[in-house]
Design a protein. Structure first.
Length: 92
């Protein structure tokens, strides 16, 4: 989608020079500026940012319980090791 933004000559010259100094296009400068503006006002920029924000809003208790539940593996009964004296008697 294409939108036009009107800058006065002085501002456009400064943006053009900044782009040259940073080796960036005016579009890249605009993308960075709008992303910073959205972040400042708490608007998620993309899906990943929106998901992070929703997890933070859910609270630390639900995230902690979810992480703990995911880490637990089904427990298997431990194998009993032969007692050292028993194995020694069997070898005789």
């Amino acid at each position: 989608m294409r939108k036009l933004i009107d800058f006065d000559d002085e501002t456009l010259d400064k943006l053009t020079q900044l782009g040259r100094d940073r080796m960036a296009t005016t579009q890249e400068l605009a993308d960075e500026a709008f992303a910073d503006l959205l972040k400042k006002h708490g608007v998620p920029i993309d899906l990943k940012d929106a998901l992070r924000k929703s997890v933070k809003a859910a609270g630390p208790s639900s995230a902690a319980s979810r992480n703990t539940a995911m880490r637990r593996a089904p427990s298997r009964p431990a194998r009993k090791k032969a007692h050292a004296k028993r194995s020694a008697k069997r070898s005789i």
